[in-house]
Write a protein that binds this ligand. Sequence first.
Ligand SMILES: [Mn+2]
Length: 323
Amino acid sequence: MLIRVLYHDHCFDGAASAAYFSRFMHDHFHPDAKFAYTGMAHKASDIFSEDLFDGNVNAIVDFKYCATEKLTWWFDHHQSAFLSPEDEQHFLRDTSGKKFLDAQHKSCAGYIAEIARTHFGYDPADLKNLVYWAEIVDSANYPNAEFAVALAEPALKLVLVIEGSKSAEIMHKIIGWMSHLSFDEIMARPEIQELYKPLYDKHVRSIDLIRERARVEGGVAYFDLSGEDIVAYNKFIPYFLFPEATYTVSVSTPLLRTKVSVGSNPWAKQPIQHNLATICERYGGGGHPRVGAISFEPGAVDAARETAQEVVQELQSTPSKAA
Ligand SMILES: [Mn+2]
């Protein structure tokens, strides 16, 4: 008996969802099942192929729907949960009682926990802390920027490892541990410590780099990390360093692309008036109202810098019409 779980890769809530779902299956339905995991990433096409669904039971958690008869369970909380209107129709026709979507939920792990409790009477006390942190992390519901940057909480240390590790093998171990160990116990594992230390050093170095390079003008913090070996920086660092900044615009060169990131301060003293998704879409990018990004080809740093400057100027001005 094999249970295949497809989950949102390199995402704390994705891993927490896979962990919660696995415990639910093991404790409530299939005590003898073996579990196998597949991390899923967003891309333009060919997200799903039929051979991904090789289990006796197949599940997708915290990720898009797949219109295949091989799919047994589905849980998601994203607004854009369907690849096509046909997929949505397929979901709406489903009568299994095992496919669930609610875009109002802060985290998918929390949503799975709620369905397991209300529909199946499953409610393990030892997983409450996992859900508690999935809700905080997936909705960026931190009390302040320092809390989000200091990584004092073991759960936030684990976020750094999950978002920064490149190995599928360790991700699947982490999911197994999240289903029955505390965050302290997981962080104490030698394999995790080995991964965490260099990622934490990079985190600290990125704080120094951003402090050095950023200039804040008209409520916008701008910095350029191109050429630096920093794939992803913690997006709360600018607001930790510059609490007066309402927006952040940065240029960076993660693997295989050049990127302009545009963000807004969750603790801003001024109202967020610009829709960042709308601005990024104008340059071929996208995102959410409060955070967006624009991708360029690798090496297109000059073009990215030029665009970044235009975005900075726009954010420094009052929006001309409601976006
Ligand atoms: Mn999620």
